[in-house]
Design a protein around this ligand. Sequence first.
Ligand SMILES: NC(=O)c1ccc[n+]([C@@H]2O[C@H](COP(=O)([O-])OP(=O)(O)OC[C@H]3O[C@@H](n4cnc5c(N)ncnc54)[C@H](O)[C@@H]3O)[C@@H](O)[C@H]2O)c1
Length: 300
Amino acid sequence: MSDTTPPTERLKVLVVGAGAMGSQIALVAALAGHDVALADVDADALDRADRQLRERMSQQVAKGRRAAADVAAAFDRLALHTDPAAGAEDADLVIEAVVEDLDVKRELFATLGQVCRADTILASNTSSFVPSRLADAAPHPERFVNLHFFNPALVMRCVEVVRGPDTSDDVAARSVAFVEGLGKQPVVLEKEINGFIANRILNAVRDEAIRLHEAGIASVESIDLACRTALGYPMGPFELMDLTGIDIGYRTKLARHAETNDPADLPSRTVTDLVEAGHLGRKTGRGFYTYDTPDQTTGA
Ligand SMILES: NC(=O)c1ccc[n+]([C@@H]2O[C@H](COP(=O)([O-])OP(=O)(O)OC[C@H]3O[C@@H](n4cnc5c(N)ncnc54)[C@H](O)[C@@H]3O)[C@@H](O)[C@H]2O)c1
């Protein structure tokens, strides 16, 4: 009934940031048998996370996908805190999932570095910053690694384990064992690179789809059709951009351009026009496609 795998070792895990990612990562770890502290500076975010996680688990129990006893035990192992360093002195592993702001993350790791043991693994779930941008914020950069979960973390199996230049073999191996113990699939990057693996490939496909469309080679519908029927994608790149929110990819491109200054990293004309017109995809009722009613549950 339960799809969780018992952990080889019961760890004390601190997850900092109770938003879309951190809340689900924390529950994944608790379901796998670890003792988890979930911390957020915003008490409302913790309340929201608790409510959403409990609703989601009740639905899974009602559908027979999880045993009620497993879920109850997981919530017993999950404690909520408004102090971001709660329990950090005992933690075996810290997973940071706070806002995507380098200064906020570095400040948090500096604080954690003063409290955590020297052998505590410090991990970030960031999508944008390679380990070397964060690892030196705390002492012992060899214990730093990126553990990049995908959204929704309760469902998606892949976790990219991104080694920085200083990450030790021991920390990489313990990180892989932790991810396997969650019942997830670790994918190790031996060297850091912006975007990691999955998002780089996704972005390359998206950029090529936009280029084909802008060159007048084929319609949005035809390009999506080719991806679905020839490549076996569950949805085409334009359908996916509409689902995740066109503004998200637009902002990612602008951030990348701010770092590289390479004009090739700027958002495309088509995407810029859509964002400026407020056509952000499903959430506004229009993006590359038009929808009958806006869907406020989509987008990040
Ligand atoms: N959303 C996604 O699809 C996705 C996927 C993979 C990775 N990520 C990464 O996960 C991280 C979090 O993303 P999210 O979408 O969950 O963000 P979110 O905005 O939903 O949540 C961020 C949370 O961090 C909290 N926070 C901010 N500063 C804090 C601090 N100093 N201490 C404690 N809590 C603090 C906020 O109150 C908020 O609840 C980001 O680094 C992002 O790149 C996001």
